[in-house]
Design a binder for this molecule. Structure first.
Ligand code: ADP
Ligand code: MG
Length: 454
């Protein structure tokens, strides 16, 4: 490819990535050459190279290939003398480069690539995730299977996938010959349908039954998909019967996955079921601090004013992915303008994220917190049961829903097992009354409110 041809390709990229991205990331790339499927660019900092590679690498290669220039790798190098411990050139997606999926003598497994960042050393442990972490560590030690399956559940972005990959990495390191298969439930379904279509069910079954460890992520995906869940059930049973470790994740507890057959629900509860709770302030701060350290070690000097991380940990409480996204944006910004990250810069450049995460508590979180707090089951919230030890927590959850969310009375009633809106009105009044008379209730309400808003 010539300079001129790159000019054309680049112009096309403007349409694909949008004008802003184009001006910020693509235009400043200095085209250096193309040889043997490798295209090189000069960039100002290693971070910029990584960012472009990760976010636009595929697009860039796709466009080049379309123009008849075969490219399968991008290299970004910094013009500045790099610090001694950082390599000058970064290969395309250095961190996220798909890892070979556990090859063994018996052939390759059709798993999903493991993210190299998702290891145990990069998992920050705090109160909300300590149990899940301990269980994952235990399973990662290998050896005799003590609980089968390990079932991890929790809301979006709380670290389920991270823990699963960490287990896979660790097992692979401890015993390189072990056949560990990690895939999402969606991929499981896709393989299954493919096998049906290609009349290769025998191979499919054989392959899945030949692994030593099976990990299926986001199993809620197969709920309602009858033949897939059937096949999953048989695979699962076959492995557990052979004493092979199975690890499953989902966004809620086995019993709460709607559309999943009862026999599967109950089977999934045979082993150890642990949940990842919503993050608290300390954990969020710990995660931010760790990310900053990793960034500094890998890229460059970074100046952050006091209080910025605390501010982010306090204000962004939705999930870790959003928190990371915010930090990455700040890094990118600081890297471009070469200035210290201040509170002002953070508020300004993260305005959209901060607005979104302004006190957005969901009814789901409320119910879960209330269930934990009073030690009742999620299903009790929806059930018609009216005994005091269940009715009171349910009323409390309704009261919190009214006070912390924008939901209407009918909407709340609907979510609590299809109750009438008058029931919700009654519950809200009841808790308000009780708060005035009963200091225990007042304290419960206050504590729950604070935990949910944290
Ligand atoms: P889930 O699968 O539960 O939706 P992920 O495992 O994909 O969530 O986590 C979302 C992001 O947050 C990932 O980048 C992950 O590395 C990060 N993350 C979540 N929990 C932690 C933690 N305790 N320590 C460090 N990073 C975390
Ligand atoms: Mg996940």
């Amino acid at each position: 490819m010539t300079d001129e041809k790159w000019g054309q390709t680049r112009a096309e990229l403007r349409d694909t990535v949008g004008n802003n991205n184009y001006l910020t990331w693509i235009e400043p790339l200095e085209f250096k050459g193309h040889e043997d499927g490798v295209m090189s660019f000069g960039v100002k900092t290693k971070f910029i190279g990584d960012w472009v590679s990760r976010n636009f690498g595929d697009e860039i290669m796709r466009h080049c290939n379309k123009h008849g220039t075969p490219v399968d790798r991008l290299i970004f190098s910094t013009q500045r003398a790099a610090p001694a411990n950082t390599p000058k050139a970064v290969a395309s997606s250095p961190e996220k480069a798909p890892q070979p999926v556990l090859r063994t003598a018996r052939g390759e497994l059709p798993g999903a690539p493991l993210d190299t960042r998702f290891t145990f050393d990069r998992f920050v442990v705090g109160k909300p995730n300590e149990l899940a972490h301990a269980a994952a560590r235990r399973v990662a030690e290998g050896g005799a299977v003590t609980f089968n399956p390990l079932f991890l559940y929790g809301g979006v972005g709380l670290g389920k996938t991270h823990l699963m990959h960490a287990i896979a990495w660790e097992l692979q390191e401890r015993s390189p010959g072990l056949r560990v298969l990690y895939l999402s439930a969606e991929q499981f379904m896709y393989r299954f349908i493919q096998a049906l279509r290609d009349k290769q069910m025998m191979d499919f079954k054989e392959m899945f039954r030949s692994v030593d460890v099976l990990m299926v992520d986001d199993v809620q995906f197969i709920a309602g998909k009858d033949s897939t869940q059937d096949e999953f059930f048989h695979t699962f049973n076959a492995l557990v019967d052979q004493g092979k470790q199975v690890i499953i994740s989902a966004d809620c507890a086995p019993g709460e996955i709607t559309g999943l057959e009862d026999r599967i629900k109950s089977r999934l509860q045979w082993g150890l079921v642990v949940d990842l709770h919503p993050t608290d302030y300390e954990l969020r701060l710990g995660i931010l601090q760790q990310k900053v350290e990793v960034y500094k070690a890998q890229y460059q000097e970074l100046q952050i004013s006091n209080g910025v991380l605390e501010f982010l940990a306090h204000r962004i409480s939705t999930n870790v992915r959003v928190l990371e996204g915010a930090l990455t944006r700040l890094f990118a910004f600081a890297s471009l303008v070469g200035r210290e990250i201040t509170l002002d810069m953070a508020t300004e450049s993260l305005a959209d994220i901060l607005r979104q995460s302004d006190r957005k508590v969901t009814m789901e979180e409320i119910m879960r917190k209330v269930c934990d707090y009073y030690n009742v089951r999620m299903s009790d919230m929806m059930s018609p049961k009216r005994s005091r030890n269940i009715a009171r927590p349910r009323q409390m959850a309704m009261w919190l829903s009214k006070n912390l969310t924008q939901r209407s009375y009918p909407e709340i009633g609907k979510r609590f097992g299809g109750r009438d809106h008058t029931t919700v009105i009654h519950a809200v009044r009841k808790i308000d009354e009780l708060k005035a008379q009963d200091s225990q209730i007042a304290e419960d309400a206050e504590l729950l409110r604070r935990m949910l808003e944290a």
